[in-house]
Design a protein around this ligand. Sequence first.
Ligand SMILES: Cc1ncc(COP(=O)(O)O)c(C=O)c1O
Length: 378
Amino acid sequence: MQPKGLSTKSVLAELKNMQRIDQHYDNGKILCSMCTKPHPLAKKAYEMFFESNLGDSGLFPGTALLEKEVIQALATLLHGEKAVGFLVSGGTEANLMALLAARNASKIEHPEVVLPQSAHFSFTKICNLLNLKPVYAGLDSSFRVDPTEVKKCISKNTIAIVGTAGTAELGAIDPIDKISEIALRYGVYLHVDAAFGGLVIPFIKDFKPNFDFNIEGVKSITVDPHKMGMAAIPAGGILFKEANALDLIKTETLYLTDRVQYTFVGTRAGAAAASAWAVFKALGKAGYQKVVGDCIKNTKLLAEGFEKQGFKLVVEPTLNLVAFRSANTKSLAEKLRAKGWFISYLSRYDCIRIVVMPHIKKRHAVAFLEDLCQIEKL
Ligand SMILES: Cc1ncc(COP(=O)(O)O)c(C=O)c1O
């Protein structure tokens, strides 16, 4: 820190310089992120509530109400009539809270959790933190977890099974209803990681895979407004089917206006809750159907374009995520990167993965296909 403060003008100028180095969503070149440019009202709401701390919510009862309403909206969307929950720092913390509840509910000395091979890497961190042994279940040909494999992974030490509704790599939706049957049969906790898919699947026309609290065995769901919800970061969401799960994750606070906390982080951004609330109100179901509908249209446009150019899709896209490969995918990925496109190269599937978020417009998809075509001609 320099000895004396700088003028507002020079501080802002330095910030602008740094911001210039950052990538921005508007040019449509970011095709690898599960976050997007927040809705304009998210920004306004964030600014209005930027002082607010949900970690001491007795001081900010208005913000606490906003959080409650966001959670209620998510619970209704995901058929959890009695569901309770919180906005947290992201999908990682949401998954952590779910597995903490599962671990604390069990008396097993060496607990294990059954994870699909496609589970998000946040579970690696969580297993480390909670001292859980991950046991990985294999996938079927559509990259969804195979229930037979899940069953084989169950042991006397299993405390939980995780399923994903919208995997980060390929957008696959695990057969949650089948996994639920296994969870119920063996009396283990079932958590659904719908960090991405939870605000996509319900809004896709004529597409109703069952993945939420409708399913008996599902005890908790991660669903993040800061991904397809277009809220400002940090707005992850954790929902528990029954309020009694909260007793499993509560910590007493010694000096705050709240006597207990149920989240891993203490100080929490009230502004993120306000931003999620504002976007939910501004868009409503119809607004999200339009946002998701446009993303799906652009995904289809890309998928068809890839096939027309002779590339092979890894799997037919169901969500707004598409992956393809060529004869030399890694080198193609490098060439696309050199042309300014931010895409993911997934070595384990040898494919290029594209997430078609709301900031990707039709013109960006068309420009990407044109560049791809040019690279192939060289
Ligand atoms: C399915 C899934 N789960 C968990 C996460 C982790 O979320 P976050 O990065 O917000 O912690 C992601 C992130 O993309 C995700 O796609």
